[in-house]
Design a protein around this ligand. Structure first.
Ligand SMILES: C[S@@+](CC[C@H](N)C(=O)[O-])C[C@H]1O[C@@H](n2cnc3c(N)ncnc32)[C@H](O)[C@@H]1O
Length: 219
């Protein structure tokens, strides 16, 4: 599918898919949204020294990159295993043009993340392992149990089949007790599907441009 670059309100790029009329991130700020939804509302809520994260939709690699940066600049978390699934990996000519890195060192890390082999562990720096899995969420299986899930699929009105009770139940079964799942969506049907899958679900303040988002907890 054709993709176009779009500059969001905080200056960071996102990708727009004309065929779907859908962007990879909020137009109000790709980095702002990812920081709010996944880092502040998810990662910063973890109080374990070893964390396993599952991301639905590797895409531009922004969430993985911000997670690695967060990890690098703190001492509380000793290890992160980051599994990210993606059905349609981005082409090199696209990811190379994304403007998320602020320094040459960060840019090397960002490219390393994209160029890491699929379906195998890559220790990008001590304590941080990235495992990109090329698969369809519908077929997702992992031998790991996760503490944190970044649910970052395209919007429910664009990909309804990825926001179902069955999908959330599968994720629930792949999570540890007290595990958290965060997503930018606040849609009523999504919340009901999460509840039916067994989660406790709360509506919390959303990123810029969005009143609310959802955080689901496995009790
Ligand atoms: C909203 S984008 C966000 C991606 C990423 N988290 C980012 O920050 O760029 C959703 C991603 O899910 C991927 N995707 C779409 N359908 C999928 C499926 N059935 N299984 C796995 N990934 C899928 C898309 O290719 C896209 O990369």
């Amino acid at each position: 599918m054709k993709k176009e670059f779009f500059t969001t309100h905080d200056g960071s790029f996102t990708l727009f898919i004309p065929e779907m009329n859908e962007t990879y991130h909020s137009k109000f700020g790709a980095i702002n949204e990812a920081m709010h939804v996944f880092i502040h509302s998810g990662l910063e809520q973890m109080n374990k020294p070893v964390i396993k994260i599952l991301e639905i939709g590797f895409g531009t690699g922004l969430n993985a990159f911000l997670t690695a940066k967060f990890f690098f600049n703190q001492k509380r978390i000793a290890e992160i295993y980051y599994e990210s699934i993606e059905k349609f990996p981005l082409e090199e000519e696209i990811y190379k043009k994304l403007n998320y890195a602020e320094t040459d060192e960060e840019n090397r890390l960002f490219l390393q993340m994209h160029q890491a082999d699929w379906n195998r562990d890559a220790e990008l720096f001590p304590g941080f392992v990235l495992h990109k899995k090329k698969t369809d969420l519908i077929d997702f299986y992992s031998d790991k149990q996760f503490d944190l899930v970044y649910f970052d699929a395209f919007a429910p009105n664009k990909q309804e089949e990825l926001w179902t009770v069955e999908i959330f139940r599968n994720l629930y079964n792949h999570m540890n007790k007290k595990g958290i799942l965060v997503t930018y969506s606040a849609k009523g049907q999504v919340r009901r599907n999460m509840l039916e899958a067994g989660f406790y679900v709360e509506r919390i303040p959303g990123p810029p441009g969005k009143r609310e988002m959802l955080r689901a907890v496995k009790n």
